[in-house]
Design a protein around this ligand. Structure first.
Ligand SMILES: NC(=O)c1ccc[n+]([C@@H]2O[C@H](COP(=O)([O-])OP(=O)(O)OC[C@H]3O[C@@H](n4cnc5c(N)ncnc54)[C@H](OP(=O)(O)O)[C@@H]3O)[C@@H](O)[C@H]2O)c1
Length: 269
């Protein structure tokens, strides 16, 4: 798989939200396959520590770009910072909502910021990094989404809506680009053991979160199935199958989601 990955998706990959958790796991797996990586995140010490670890372990080139993906000019800055590189793989990972509150209990700015990071920047990155891949006839794009995309739910309004946006965006690009040599995968995650989830659980005083997916397993499985889009439901018995809520009426699905429905953890976070 190693040579195949770098041949198909090298020589450089970008991980937006690549300094910890699932994003860092993607970056490590890509580097292990010989792909040079660009890591994007806000906290510089975490970003640099992750980059140093990858350089030391795999000997590939690593570039760090510190920026906030919810800023309106974030993707322009990222395009400028990587203009000299051939990007064959783009993973858009950053996207968690660490404050699950009822819609009106959250500042309007927080909602809008989530939409900019999880929708506007994802769309712009897919457009600006996807176009050269399509032109070249080679590449891969992974958009990380969530079981919160399956239906609406209390405290999930903006987060779930942004994740549904990502799911539909990836599925649409999959069908448009599959005959153009570019693989697109909508990666649906359930609860996964990341620093971000741990911070959220700690804030809620939740000490027994149950079974959590392993970020390394998520990244390895997703890279192995990058060409098996449009959608991969991590941890599902039927990962390319329908929404696990598909048999319910929309009403029942929304009510189930609001009760914290979570077979395989898919409804939470
Ligand atoms: N963990 C779960 O249980 C779970 C469940 C379902 C779906 N997911 C999905 O999996 C993905 C990863 O989730 P996660 O739990 O690892 O947390 P996350 O906060 O989405 O991702 C962490 C990474 O993204 C960076 N990041 C976050 N916000 C950023 C911003 N505004 N600008 C630039 N970088 C940013 C973080 O570094 P900095 O903080 O330093 O910026 C870190 O590198 C998300 O798309 C999420 O929706 C996660």
């Amino acid at each position: 798989m190693v040579a195949a990955l770098s041949g198909k998706y090298g020589p450089w990959g970008v991980v937006a939200g690549g300094s910890d958790g699932v994003g860092a796991a993607f970056a490590n797996k890509m580097a292990a396959a010989g792909i040079n990586v660009v890591l994007v995140a806000r906290r510089v010490p975490v970003l640099e520590a992750s980059a140093d670890g990858i350089r030391a372990e795999y000997g590939v080139e690593v570039r760090t770009v510190a920026l906030d993906l919810s800023a309106p000019d974030a993707v322009t800055k990222l395009v400028d910072a990587t203009a000299d590189l051939e990007i064959g793989l783009f993973v858009y990972n950053a996207g968690a909502d660490d404050v699950g509150l009822p819609f009106l209990d959250k500042d309007l700015d927080a909602h809008l910021s989530l939409v900019r990071r999880n929708c506007g920047a994802v769309l712009e990155a897919a457009y600006r990094f996807g176009a050269p891949m399509v032109e070249r006839g080679r590449g891969g794009v992974v958009l990380v989404t969530s079981g919160a995309a399956w239906a609406g739910g209390a405290t999930l309004a903006t987060y779930g809506a942004t994740k549904a946006f990502d799911l539909i965006l990836a599925e649409s690009l999959w069908v448009e680009w599959r005959d153009r040599g570019v693989d697109v995968l909508s990666l649906v995650l359930g609860r996964t053991d990341t620093p971000s989830l741990r911070r959220t659980l700690e804030a809620k005083g939740d000490v027994s979160p149950g079974e959590l997916a392993d970020p390394d397993d998520v990244a390895e499985t997703a890279l192995a199935h990058l060409a098996d889009g449009p959608t991969w439901i991590h941890g599902s018995d039927n990962p390319t199958g329908p929404s696990p809520l598909a048999a319910l009426s929309r009403r029942d699905a929304v009510l189930a989601m609001s009760r914290g429905w979570a077979p395989n953890g898919h409804a939470e976070n």
